[in-house]
Design a protein around this ligand. Structure first.
Ligand SMILES: [Zn+2]
Length: 62
């Protein structure tokens, strides 16, 4: 079965794609993809956002 959403010419599997921490959208080769890393409790936490809007909405301050 052909997935009509997978014709982006990228080999990123949707299973491996990060999800936006604010809205849950799968982020696959998005030009507006934002990544925020911060250290919490001595561990690096990485959060992905699909856009600056979601990043701001989630209160990320990086
Ligand atoms: Zn989002």
């Amino acid at each position: 079965m052909v997935d009509p959403t997978s014709d982006l010419g990228e080999d990123v599997d949707e299973e491996d794609a990060p999800s936006c921490a604010a809205c849950g959208t799968k982020i696959i080769q998005s030009p507006t993809h934002r990544v925020v890393t911060r250290v919490e409790d001595g561990r690096v936490q990485t959060r992905h956002f699909c856009s600056d809007e979601c990043k701001a909405a989630h209160g990320a301050d990086a």
